[in-house]
Design a protein around this ligand. Sequence first.
Ligand code: ZN
Ligand code: ZN
Length: 254
Amino acid sequence: MKIRVLGCYGSRVPGRFTSSLLIDQALLLDAGTIASSLTLEEQVQIDDILLTHAHLDHIVDLAFLADNVMSQRTTPIRIWGAQPVLAALRQHLFNDYIWPDFTKISTRGVPIVSLNSLPESGTIEIGGYTVSFAPTNHTVYTVGYCLSAKSGSLFYSGDTSTTAAIWAMAENCSELKIAFIETSFPDRFERLAQISGHLTPALLKVELEKFGERDVPIKIFHMKPQFLEELQTELAALHDPRIQVLNGGEIFEF
Ligand SMILES: [Zn+2]
Ligand SMILES: [Zn+2]
């Protein structure tokens, strides 16, 4: 599995982009950054997109991806999400008002995108990967993912505050090789973090007790860029050698 960090921040400033991971060539985890990081040739190869939730910083580039590749797709781009997430996309994005309804537009006899619901079972095969998911504690319905291939698994927390189900899922994530965990605000904004469904370094420390002592690299994402230095200092002060704050553009492979 090759993982490319297209974006890893909770907002945008020049050179820092919103959350999205490219897995190998054809699958994306979240869609906060596609069009500004991938070439057109790379964008055409995206077949499946797993969404954690419908907040703008995780879906915004669905709009530009659909537009960019519409003349070249021979199959729809499959967008995967929980029912409330897909309902929000239908109602608020692909609604022929904010953006064209790319679930209906077809250039080669097939729609540009298709919206696909995650099953109630909590596990599904997508694009050759085994995908497990569990709800997080955020302000809108959100899931975290465990994505498994033959070579090992990746854990992606999604946006979350203090929670339980995703940590139970992580425990069953076999041959876990890497974990992406959100931390958005510095400790002095703990109250804001809690009401907006996010973590601070101090809250992360408590969550990592649920993650356990597993010897897995922990990549921190979803930092609010205006607090980046403060977050780096506070995360370093946790003295957890597994923790690395992402910058964007990294490639990991296992
Ligand atoms: Zn977010
Ligand atoms: Zn969010």
